[in-house]
Design a protein around this ligand. Structure first.
Ligand SMILES: [Zn+2]
Length: 247
């Protein structure tokens, strides 16, 4: 087997839209990295499309509108914007989901649901996986997903109850390391459904991050669960292929 095939660090969830393409090109040329960068709104989508056209090796794109997109506009407008996104260019549909922290308004929460469902339908028809945001809304998200049983799902930074995490794993969904808890989830048992993320530009351990911060995330993961780095790279490579590259 070709060892180099899996000898890289994969960031399964990040946002590169505010970075310069030249910087990304250099960083990805000099380091063994792969990353899936997500849009959240029309601006980040358009910016990511510019980066995509530079054909930087090993950067993959997920397109979608984030739940807060419904807050300051009519749903009608939101859905119209959705039509302007070329989802066929994306590896996955994301970052999409529900966020009950940002609004308590019932109507706005309902609009989030409608926006999410529309994007789940797009994912289903294009046979693409989804990358989901579920802040303060893990239960309703899992409920909605029951209607889309064929979808391949990555729950990023999933902070649900332990039984919700187990339910998600049982359904075959993927979780990122941010969902894990050493005492309850058996990382070895579920290692084929785990991916690692930075959610760049979010801070890591209180410090500013860069695309290279995923290396520290791998190291931390290995330390915390007493795993071998080469084994983890191999597992992440297989998980990445299974979730994103195989239809
Ligand atoms: Zn994110």
């Amino acid at each position: 087997m070709d060892k180099n095939k899996y000898n890289y660090y994969l960031d399964a969830h990040c946002h590169y839209d505010l970075l310069y393409s030249d910087y990304l090109m250099e960083t990805f040329k000099e380091n063994a990295l792969k990353a899936i960068t997500c849009s959240v709104d029309m601006n980040s989508y358009l910016r990511l499309e510019e980066i995509r056209k530079k054909n930087i090796k090993n950067i993959y794109f997920a397109y979608g509108l984030y739940p807060d997109y419904v807050l300051n506009r009519k749903l009608e407008e939101t859905l119209k914007d959705l039509e302007k996104i070329d989802f066929s260019r994306a590896l996955a549909i994301g970052e999409i989901g529900l966020d009950y922290k940002i609004t308590k308004d019932k109507n706005k929460r309902l609009e989030q649901k409608q926006l999410l469902e529309r994007q789940l339908e797009i994912a289903q028809s294009l046979k693409k996986p989804v990358i989901l945001h579920t802040r303060y809304a893990t239960k309703p998200t899992l409920e909605i997903l029951k209607n889309y049983s064929k979808l391949k799902v990555l729950l990023h930074w999933f902070t649900g109850q332990e039984e919700e995490k187990l339910e998600a794993l049982k359904r075959g969904y993927y979780l990122t390391q941010k969902a894990l808890n050493k005492n309850t989830i058996d990382v070895n048992k579920y290692k084929n459904q785990i991916l690692l993320e930075t959610d760049y530009p979010i801070y890591l351990n209180g410090e500013k991050t860069t695309p290279l911060s995923i290396i520290e995330v791998y190291k931390q993961y290995c330390r915390e669960y007493d795993l071998n780095l080469e084994d983890v790279k191999k597992t992440m490579h297989n998980n990445f292929e299974k979730l994103f590259l195989k239809v």
